[in-house]
Write a protein that binds this ligand. Structure first.
Ligand code: SF4
Length: 462
């Protein structure tokens, strides 16, 4: 692979684009498979099978053997992008928004407020694109680099992760107290949600109705921030930088629109962000550290969101408060940490013992769903992420990405948690104000349209 990836290799891409109809298969707005570039090595097919989706196949018809997709109605892409990490020739890759964002920033006018927000795991991996070893935390240098790209405001998806935790922990506490549907499953991974909606719709009542972090924070900017700063939400453009190809698809879902406005406008992966920085000759490693703008404040609970088990640990830290009214003193849940694809534990929350499970990859989720169907009382709370190691191993992360690299990125997030003064989502002052001074004063329906979501069975290609 070239250190500068496809968007900059425009002569090749232009010739492909002319024949896009026959040459490219697009998986919604997330990934694309370029038949011309494919060398038929089967790496992507094997990865798709390994994680338990099995959407790809070899096409042996015609002159050239190449990877292709299955046309059968019982198989569909979940957009996780694990295939893109394996392709040696960039034939299966994210659908690039590098040029779209570059033009947007170059033509920025005073009328528009363009906001950048970076996901928890991007800060621990983007350095790899600039020669650093995995797990170097570039948070504050990246804020400066994003300013140099031309953004008006630098916020952080970690703030959105605190909103997600708050919403999800309240829901978990309510389900436990009021006898709601348990076990509750997390739903912040859009590839897991697509998997559940397509392959296991029977499990949907178990998914938390909390939106995902970048959708939550995007919605908060276009409601709460817009209200406080007297900005027309139509003039706010939100750009997410994520480790994930599925989040490109997620951001296009109309169910998230608030009064007809999408919370997030543009989504780039970690690799695309690196491409844009290289194109503009901005090296974040050389930047002076700077601070996030006011609405980007976050807790340690948000910092660990990018690691498998992190979402559960964040929610448990806050659920304890919502269940008991007391702050948890020993708030590290070591039992749910680590790289294992399946972790099971019993944790104490107040005077309750909760049975929890944390899994990555659809193949493990499928086994757990079967276990829940056979024994509905076995668990209270389950975290599912599609990618190995969680989002630090996401399909949009720097290449190569293997378990030891992913583990270094993962550890960097726990180190960041240890360094922060606020460790629980419900203690984040911006999030507290968002809920107590803004959301709680809105009619229930309007509040729900900003922080909750719903799920439905999906057919192939939906
Ligand atoms: Fe995206 Fe994270 Fe889910 Fe992977 S685990 S598909 S990176 S949200």
């Amino acid at each position: 692979r070239s250190p500068i990836r496809s968007p900059i290799r425009s002569p090749i891409r232009k010739s492909i684009r002319k024949n896009m109809k026959e040459k490219l298969h697009k998986m919604d707005g997330s990934i694309e498979l370029d038949y011309d570039k494919c060398i038929g090595c089967t790496m992507c097919i094997r990865r798709c099978d390994e994680i338990g989706v099995c959407y790809l196949r070899m096409n042996k018809e015609g002159e050239k053997q190449h990877a292709d997709y299955k046309t059968e109605s019982e198989s569909d892409c979940i957009y996780c992008g694990q295939c893109t990490l394996k392709c040696p020739v960039d034939a299966i890759r994210e659908q690039s928004q590098v040029n779209k964002l570059d033009e947007l920033l170059q033509n920025n006018t005073d009328e528009k407020v363009i906001i950048a927000q970076m996901a928890p795991s991007v800060r621990a991996s983007i350095g790899e694109e600039f020669g650093l070893k995995p797990g170097v935390n570039l948070t504050n240098r990246m804020y400066t680099a994003l300013r140099q790209l031309g953004f008006d405001k630098i916020f952080d998806i970690n703030m959105g992760a605190d909103i997600t935790t708050y919403t999800e922990a309240v829901e978990l506490a309510e389900r436990i107290k009021e006898g709601g549907v348990l076990p509750m499953f997390t739903s912040c991974c859009p590839a897991w949600v697509k998997y559940a909606e397509f392959y296991h719709p029977e499990i949907l009542p178990h998914l938390t109705t909390a939106r995902s972090p970048h959708i939550h924070s995007g919605g908060a900017y276009k409601t709460f921030y817009a209200f406080k700063e007297h900005i027309d939400p139509k003039n706010i453009i939100v750009v997410s930088f994520v480790p994930c190809t599925a989040k490109k698809y997620e951001a296009t879902l109309e169910k998230f629109n608030i009064k007809g406005i999408s919370p997030v406008d543009v989504v780039l992966t970690t690799r695309e962000l690196a491409d844009l920085l290289k194109k503009r000759k901005i090296n974040p490693v050389d930047m002076k550290p700077s601070e996030v703008d006011s609405y980007g404040v976050y807790s340690g609970a948000a910092a660990i969101y990018g690691a498998t088990g992190g979402v559960m640990e964040s929610a448990l830290r806050s659920a304890h408060y919502f269940l008991t009214g007391k702050e948890l003193k020993d708030f590290k849940f070591e039992e749910v940490r680590g790289m294992d694809g399946v972790k099971k534990a019993t944790v104490e929350v107040g005077d309750r013992k909760l049975n929890v499970a944390v899994v990555t990859e659809p193949r493990h989720a499928a086994l757990l769903i079967e276990e829940v169907k056979k024994n509905p009382n076995a668990y209270d709370y389950i975290e599912v992420m599609s990618c190995p190691g969680g989002c630090v191993g996401g399909g949009g992360q720097p290449i190569p990405s293997n378990n030891s690299i992913i583990d270094e990125r993962r550890k960097a997030l726990y180190t960041l948690d240890d360094k922060l003064s606020i460790r629980k989502a419900h203690l984040n002052p911006v999030v507290k104000e968002f809920f107590e001074e803004y959301l709680d004063k809105l009619p229930e329906e309007e509040k729900a349209s900003i922080i909750h979501t719903s799920f439905r069975k999906r057919e192939k290609g939906e």
